[in-house]
Design a binder for this molecule. Structure first.
Ligand code: C2G
Length: 129
C-alpha cells in the first residue's frame, strides 16, 4: 500500500484543489490530507472562510481523500511522514523546493498548480456579486 501525504488549508474547495488531490491520490493507494487548523492558518496569515471542522468534512467527502488530520505547525512534517508510514509527499509547485528536506524519508513531488483559480479570488468574486 503506497501512502501519499499532502498539506494545505483547502478553504472554499475548488477545482484547483481537486486537481491536486486527484493527481496526488493517483501516485499511490491512500491519500492523507494534513489540513491546516484555524490556529495554524493564523500563523500562515490566512483567514479561512470555513472552520477546520467544516473544511475537514468537505475534504472527507472527496473521493480522492482517505484520511484528514490536523496541521498545527510547520515542523510536524517529518513526524507525520514517519507516523503515517508515508511513501510520497506531494505539494503544488508554488512550494517547489521548500520541502526537499523530506527526501531523506520519502519521495517529494511538486505538481503544477492549476492556473487562474484560488480561494481568495473566489471569495472576492462572491462578495462582489
Ligand atoms: N493548489 C493548486 N492549484 C491552485 C490552488 C492550490 O494546485 N489553483 C494546491 C496548492 O499548491 C497546495 C494545495 O492545493 O498544494 C492546497 O492549497 P492551499 O490550501 O492554498 O495550501 P497552502 O496554504 O499553500 O498550505 O504546510 C504546507 C501548507 O499548509 C500549505
Amino acid at each position: 500500500m503506497k501512502r501519499v501525504i499532502t498539506y494545505g488549508t483547502f478553504d472554499v474547495l475548488h477545482y484547483g484543489h481537486i486537481n491536486l488531490l486527484k493527481r496526488a491520490r493517483a501516485l499511490g493507494d491512500y491519500l492523507i490530507v494534513v489540513l491546516s487548523s484555524d490556529e495554524f492558518n493564523a500563523i500562515k496569515n490566512k483567514k479561512s472562510y470555513y472552520t477546520y471542522e467544516q473544511r475537514k468534512m468537505i475534504l472527507e467527502a472527496c473521493r480522492y481523500v482517505d484520511l484528514v488530520v490536523p496541521e498545527h505547525t510547520w515542523e510536524q512534517k517529518v513526524d507525520d511522514v514517519k507516523k503515517y508510514h508515508v511513501d510520497v509527499f506531494v505539494m503544488g509547485d508554488d512550494w517547489s523546493g521548500k520541502f526537499d528536506f523530506l527526501k531523506e524519508f520519502c519521495d517529494v513531488i511538486y505538481l503544477p498548480r492549476t492556473p487562474d483559480v484560488c480561494s481568495t479570488e473566489t471569495k472576492k468574486h462572491l462578495i462582489k456579486n
